[in-house]
Structure formats: structure tokens, C-alpha cells
Design a protein around this ligand. Structure first.
Ligand code: DLL
Length: 440
């Protein structure tokens, strides 16, 4: 395994390539991807129709001639119809949970797994993880890519792993006290849950040994980061990925924490207007589209992620030259259109954090009782603020509603609920319940 050990080397050469050198690498890899995709009947049919061959790819602009791939295409080819290799070459199969419909499965060859562990190691190193550290992994180990993906990334860095997996939160805290991990890996909402359970056990989460955390797998805001950092006394880094492309390891923050570096030597990124599919400029929000350049088992071409974020092509203070992506502000499929106004759950979260006394636990419910959409935001109130005085609670409700109106531009009903009454997650938190029935 030693050839994969990143050790204390801070940067891989591929992270600092000039744009010309990077594009040259990308074009070569794109050509290879098209060649591999010829083995997938779905792509082969499109390539034959459109006259696409590996040799017809000579510049990065040729990407524009390639088809988009969507979640629907994955479902149409369920379970592993987009594989480019015979079954015997698969080394592992992961999947997404299917919370928005049928699950999807993704195959990996041994080479894919080695590339993946290397990419996870890269972003962990970028955030400061070193071989001397011990990491508690509180992601589910299973079909979900978070657990195994990060596990082998940490191993590649050379740090020690406590594979706690998710759930059984009291035990997580006991493990932290007994085994003294320096770092935590989970979803941001689970970190909050861990802090809360620690307090209920009379353990001040700031006294836990954690100093570093890598959170990902779900949307979270900058305010949420500050809250977790203050509650747990650690530095939290954001990382992003999706199973269709590889899992975690698509992008992650460096010490500058000014956007997530996309591992562009392996993933070609585009940011497009979700309606017209035309590219948008740097700093403009659009839908991220990724092409996996080195996947053997499943060469994914122009996959529409539905994730809304913006790109930044400027080189970073850390020395990496790769493009950075902002936080994901939402998914185009959970963007709420409330009486004509587009709202992302992240905007509601942002508004809530601006009102003193609210807890970072909320649920957005959308209904259409007659013909108009109605949004109810259920918000937990901090125990010290929760009061049985009607007037105090009414004032707080009004303050929250006004803030939501200012930040998100919609009128929402606000329902204050008692501390610890909303469901806690040990993975991806559910923030929206839409009861309006099938969309459009
Ligand atoms: O969540 C992969 C992953 C695991 C990434 C652990 C990071 C850490 P899926 O289950 O396929 O894969 O879900 C992918 O989760 O399209 C985004 O909508 C969302 N997502 C992932 N990371 C972030 C993040 C994994 N840092 C979907 N911020 C993606 C916001 C994220 N959303």
C-alpha cells in the first residue's frame, strides 16, 4: 500500500498545474473516457447518433458536444446498466439512499478505489489531517459512500481510524472520551446532534478532544459552521461529493476555507443555467455538472447534479490552482417555489441563525391547502429562551417571520416548538417536508 501514502506531503503536483497543463491532461483523459463509454450501450447509441468518437475530442470545448447524463438515465439503466466493465472487474458497489426515489448503484474497479482513496486523502491533507492524528468516522459504513470512502482516505494519509459508524450517539461520546480522537468525520447535522447528546450526559462538548472536523454529505450554512465550531471548539472543513461521480472526494476546503477545491485532474466541472443548460460565469450560481475523467467502472459524462453552487477560477492563497466551488446552497429539486418566489432551505437556515434564541434545529413544511402554497417553519427554541409567556413567544415568532421575509422573500408561518422535539439525524438531516403532491 505504501505507494498510496500521502504522508506529510502537503500538495500533489496535479493540484498546482497551470491551466494549460491541466487542460492538456483533461483532454487526454476525456478522450479515454469517451473510449471507455463506448462499452456502455446507453452512451454508445448516443455517440453513434451524434458522430462522436474518441478521436473527435481534441480540445476541452469538445465537451460541449457530449450528452448530459441525468438521474433518470441512471434509473433507466438500473441497477448497473451504465457499467463499462464486465462484472468480474468490479471490486465494490455503493449506492445512494434513494430518498428522492429509487436507489441508484455505482460500481468501482480496484483502480477506481485506489484513485478514490487518494482523492479523499488529498482533501483531508488540505484541511490539515496528518499521519499523527486519530479520526473518529461517524458516517454510516454501508452502501453510503461516506463511511468507506473517508475510511480509506484517512488510511492513505496514515492517520489512525476509529470506525465508529453513525448512530448510538452516547457511545460516540464515550469513544471520544476514552480513545481521544483529534478529528471527527460525519454530516454537520450529526455533529450538532453529538454536541447536544454530550451536554445531556453532562459532558461539555468543548472538553472533548476533537480539534478538527471534516463535514459533508448535506447542505449547511456558514452560520451553522460557526455554531458547531463554537459548541465543540474545533475547526470544521467542508467537503463535497456524490455517489454518481465517486462519493466524497470531488472537492474539499483547504486551510484558506474560501471555497472547495475541485479535483479537476479527475473531474471536469461545468456550471450551467438549469433551465437553458447554457454555461454561467464565474461567481454566478448555477447547476454543477461533472464529468468523471478517470472512472473505469462507470465513466460518467456531464452528470447533472441538481446541486446549485458557483465556481471561482482564481488561484487560491494555498497554492492550489484548481477551481473552487462555493457551498451548495440547495438542490434544484428541493428549491421551493412559493407563490412564484424561489427559495432554498439554506436561506431559511440563514434567517434562523440571525435570530437570537433559536436552536439550529428546524423543519420546513410546505402545503397547498387550496390553491396557494403555504410554508410553515417549525423552529426549536433554546431551553433558556423557551417560555410559557404567550407574549414573549409571539414576539419571537414575529421576529423570525420578519427575518425569513427579509432573507428569503417569502411569508412563512412560524411555529415555535419545545427544545429537543424535532427529530435528530445521525446522517443526512431532513429539512423539508413537501406535502403538495407530485410536482408539475
Ligand atoms: O453524500 C457523498 C459524500 C459523503 C460527500 C460524505 C461528502 C461527505 P450521495 O449520498 O450520493 O453522496 O449524496 C450526494 O449530497 O448531490 C449534494 O446534494 C449533497 N452533498 C454532499 N456533500 C455536500 C456538501 C454523498 N458538502 C448529494 N454540501 C449531493 C452540500 C452536499 N451538499
Amino acid at each position: 500500500m505504501s505507494e498510496f501514502v500521502v504522508d506529510n506531503k502537503i500538495l500533489d503536483q496535479e493540484e498546482t498545474l497551470s491551466r494549460t497543463a491541466l487542460e492538456e491532461l483533461q483532454v487526454g483523459r476525456l478522450r479515454e473516457t469517451v473510449a471507455r463509454a463506448m462499452n456502455v450501450p446507453f452512451y454508445k447509441a448516443i455517440f453513434e447518433r451524434d458522430g462522436i468518437t474518441p478521436d473527435s475530442i481534441s480540445t476541452i470545448q469538445d465537451l460541449q458536444r457530449l450528452p448530459f447524463t441525468t438521474k433518470a438515465d441512471m434509473r433507466d439503466n438500473y441497477p448497473l446498466g451504465l457499467s463499462a466493465v464486465p462484472r468480474s472487474e468490479l471490486a465494490r458497489i455503493h449506492g445512494s439512499s434513494g430518498t428522492t426515489g429509487m436507489p441508484t448503484f455505482v460500481g468501482y474497479t480496484h483502480d477506481d478505489l485506489n484513485m478514490w482513496r487518494r482523492l479523499c486523502a488529498r482533501f483531508l491533507v488540505a484541511g490539515g489531517l496528518r499521519a499523527v492524528h486519530t479520526v473518529q468516522v461517524s458516517f454510516g459504513y454501508g452502501l453510503f459512500t461516506g463511511g468507506f470512502g473517508l475510511h480509506y482516505g484517512i488510511e492513505t494519509v496514515g492517520a489512525a481510524i476509529i470506525p465508529a459508524a453513525s448512530g448510538n450517539t452516547m457511545r460516540q461520546i464515550n469513544l471520544m472520551r476514552d480513545l481521544q480522537p483529534d478529528a471527527l468525520i460525519c454530516t454537520p447535522s450529526y455533529a450538532l446532534n453529538i454536541a447536544e447528546v454530550a451536554r445531556s450526559m453532562d459532558v461539555d462538548p468543548r472538553t472533548l478532544p476533537l480539534r478538527l472536523a471534516f463535514f459533508g454529505g448535506e447542505m449547511w450554512t456558514e452560520d451553522m459552521r460557526q455554531q458547531i465550531e463554537a459548541e465543540m471548539d474545533l475547526l470544521a472543513f467542508n467537503n463535497y461529493g456524490l455517489s454518481e461521480i465517486i462519493g466524497p472526494g470531488v472537492s474539499g476546503e483547504c486551510a484558506a476555507r474560501d471555497g472547495m477545491h475541485i479535483q479537476e485532474d479527475h473531474f471536469l466541472v461545468e456550471c450551467v443555467d438549469p433551465d437553458t443548460l447554457e454555461p454561467v460565469n464565474d461567481y454566478e450560481y448555477g447547476e454543477l455538472v461533472f464529468t468523471a475523467l478517470t472512472r473505469q467502472a462507470m465513466p460518467m459524462i456531464r452528470y447533472r447534479t441538481r446541486d446549485i453552487a458557483a465556481l471561482d477560477s482564481c488561484p487560491c492563497a494555498c497554492g492550489r490552482t484548481t477551481k473552487r466551488m462555493t457551498r451548495v446552497v440547495g438542490r434544484s429539486d428541493d428549491m421551493l417555489i412559493i407563490r412564484g418566489v424561489n427559495v432554498f432551505p439554506s436561506q431559511i437556515e440563514e434567517a434562523l441563525f440571525q435570530v437570537e434564541g433559536t436552536a439550529p434545529h428546524y423543519l420546513i413544511e410546505v402545503e397547498r391547502p387550496a390553491t396557494l402554497d403555504q410554508v410553515t417553519v417549525k423552529v426549536e427554541v433554546r431551553p433558556e429562551v423557551f417560555s410559557d409567556k404567550m407574549r414573549d413567544m409571539q414576539q419571537m415568532r414575529d421576529r423570525i417571520a420578519r427575518k425569513i421575509q427579509t432573507v428569503a422573500g417569502i411569508q412563512a408561518r412560524v411555529e415555535l416548538v419545545a427544545p429537543k422535539t424535532l427529530e435528530r439525524s445521525d446522517g443526512k438531516a431532513v429539512r423539508v417536508v413537501d406535502r403538495r403532491g407530485p410536482k408539475g
